[in-house]
Design a binder for this molecule. Structure first.
Ligand SMILES: Cc1cc2nc3c(=O)[nH]c(=O)nc-3n(C[C@H](O)[C@H](O)[C@H](O)COP(=O)(O)O)c2cc1C
Length: 220
């Protein structure tokens, strides 16, 4: 046995895929994921709570540094709180688009057509605010916190997409205003603000191309 016998272990769960089916399975997953797009115009159609809850369960299966699981997912459906989040985000974004953002950064954002206005923070039926959890009275010191939370958010986006729900990875900067609106302690640091819902009927997205495989894959 490769594990230190002083530590309690369980048999590694098996998830055996017949060799002949491996590519087909992952191709089907790729086809699902390839259809994901960041949406910025949401319908106010309600989302199924159980699907959201289950997607958060999926996110929480992510690997994390020293298995600290340094994440908190705050699901906001309350219109007053959503309005407060929008107001806080728009104040930061107005400063960013007005003067705080570098010319290079604003130029990179140009093709996306984004600006300081964030109506989706109110129209989307829910907004999930993800926090990094740092050392505090009830939480241990985390390791590789940004990497761990980033992986969990990736799982979350994939799971919500699987449920037919669209997301927007929104990062107003700075985001500390969220602690007060959501009543979260100081050891929790906002990581991303994610409106979740169905695209509006007339929603459109930028015409983007993804890098071909030979630009992202190196075989040695
Ligand atoms: C870390 C991160 C931060 C982002 N922040 C914002 C944001 O603040 N506002 C926004 O409209 N889109 C934001 N995006 C979305 C990207 O613009 C989007 O993922 C990219 O244009 C590719 O489009 P796609 O997601 O439809 O493939 C962010 C994405 C990531 C991964």
């Amino acid at each position: 046995m490769a594990c230190n016998p002083r530590h309690r272990t369980v048999a590694a769960p098996r998830y055996d895929v017949p060799e002949g089916e491996a590519t087909e399975r992952v191709r089907a997953f790729y086809e699902l994921m390839e259809r994901r797009r960041t949406v910025r115009d949401f319908s106010d159609r309600p989302v199924p709570w159980e699907a959201v809850e289950t997607a958060i369960r999926v996110a929480s299966t992510a690997p994390s540094g020293a298995h600290i699981q340094p994440w908190r997912f705050v699901v906001v459906a309350d219109p007053e709180r959503k309005r407060a989040i929008r107001e806080g985000a728009e104040a930061e974004e107005r400063a960013f688009y007005g003067s705080r953002g570098s010319e290079e950064w604003l130029e990179a954002l140009e093709p996306l057509g984004t600006d300081w206005r964030k109506p989706f923070l109110e129209t989307a039926p829910i907004v999930i605010v993800v926090f990094e959890v740092h050392k505090g009275p009830n939480s241990p010191r985390p390791y590789y916190v940004k990497e761990s939370v980033g992986i969990a958010v990736g799982f979350l986006i994939a799971a919500l997409h699987q449920a037919g729900l669209a997301t927007l990875t929104h990062t107003p900067s700075p985001m500390r205003f969220l602690n007060e609106i959501l009543g979260r302690p100081q050891e929790e640091r906002p990581y991303v603000v994610m409106p979740v819902g169905y695209p509006a009927d007339d929603a459109r997205v930028p015409d983007l191309r993804r890098k071909p495989l030979d630009e992202v894959l190196v075989r040695l």
